[in-house]
Design a binder for this molecule. Structure first.
Ligand code: NAD
Length: 252
């Protein structure tokens, strides 16, 4: 850790120790140390197809088998992965500091680390629902098969196609979930961890927190679209930064 990182970690630890309310927004970078590829950067490629052309309803309509092959591949990586120190520190903060965790991740690793009251903005890779929204298949259901079997899988109710129950690019978020996240952005300390902050409305929580007067902390090895809004920037990996903050805040 550099000297300036150390100073920043101490500042964040002091703020965490004194805060009455803490909210953490996480993205794919939090699961990077668990071996799960992020969307953007070198890792973002799968069979040389860009994610923006896979994670959409149009892509599914055009080639449901290709989209499901991609989800099957992601599921196989996630199933074999374990939560890392970042997930464990955040789960502990949710328990002991009543921190609110908001995630864009669909991998379920926060839950596997024991995170309480998690706000899941983009759904779960382990849930599916009927593509044609037949009355009996409208609600999401758990399907944790890896591999999932015949692709695309079929709805047990109407025999039509089943889709992953995640929010794809261009699809609206659940309004009640978004409202809870926006309410939680009004806090004393808001950390944005491992997200490129380019996917909206999730990224909009960062200016929301700023406007509400939170101390905004960014943890990311690289600059992001909202770095200029951060009061404290830690150019560190999520697991290393959160472990260091946690150790120091416990001493206060
Ligand atoms: P993203 O791929 O756009 O950005 C990842 C960010 O993480 C980058 O800014 C990168 O610099 C940073 N990063 C990489 N390694 C890191 C580390 N060790 N510690 C901290 N930061 C690190 O991901 P995003 O911003 O979450 O948004 C895109 C969408 O990606 C979301 O909707 C999410 O659903 C989806 N996604 C989820 C998963 C997952 O569930 N694990 C994986 C890939 C993408």
């Amino acid at each position: 850790m550099t000297g300036s990182d150390r100073v920043a970690v101490e500042r964040v630890a002091a703020a965490i120790a004194a805060a009455r309310s803490i909210t953490v927004l996480t993205g794919a970078g939090v699961s990077s140390a668990s071996g799960i590829p992020t969307f953007r950067g070198e890792d973002g490629l799968w069979k040389k197809v860009r994610v923006e052309t896979l994670a959409t309803a149009d892509a599914f309509e055009n080639d449901p088998r290709l989209v499901w092959e991609w989800y099957d591949w992601r599921r196989s990586i996630i199933r074999d992965a374990q939560p890392n120190a970042a997930h464990h520190v955040l789960a502990a903060w949710a328990r002991t500091r009543r921190a609110t965790l908001i995630t864009q991740n669909v991998d379920g690793l926060h839950e596997r680390a024991g995170a309480e009251r998690l706000i899941r903005l983009h759904g779960s890779i382990w849930h599916v629902r009927c593509w044609s929204r037949c009355p009996a298949g409208r609600a999401d259901w758990l399907d944790e098969r890896v591999p999932i079997g015949t692709l695309p899988p079929s709805c047990p109710h109407c025999g039509g196609m089943v889709r992953p129950a995640v929010i794809w690019f261009g699809e609206p978020l659940d309004q009640a979930v978004l409202d809870r996240a926006r309410a939680a952005a009004a806090c004393d300390v808001f950390l944005t961890v491992g997200t490129s902050a380019v996917v909206y409305p999730a990224a909009g929580l960062i200016p929301d927190a700023k406007v509400a007067g939170a101390l905004v902390v960014e943890i990311n090895p690289d600059a992001t679209g909202t770095s200029h809004m951060a009061d404290v920037t830690l150019r560190m990996k999520a697991d290393e930064a959160l472990t260091a903050i946690d150790e120091l805040s416990d001493l206060r």
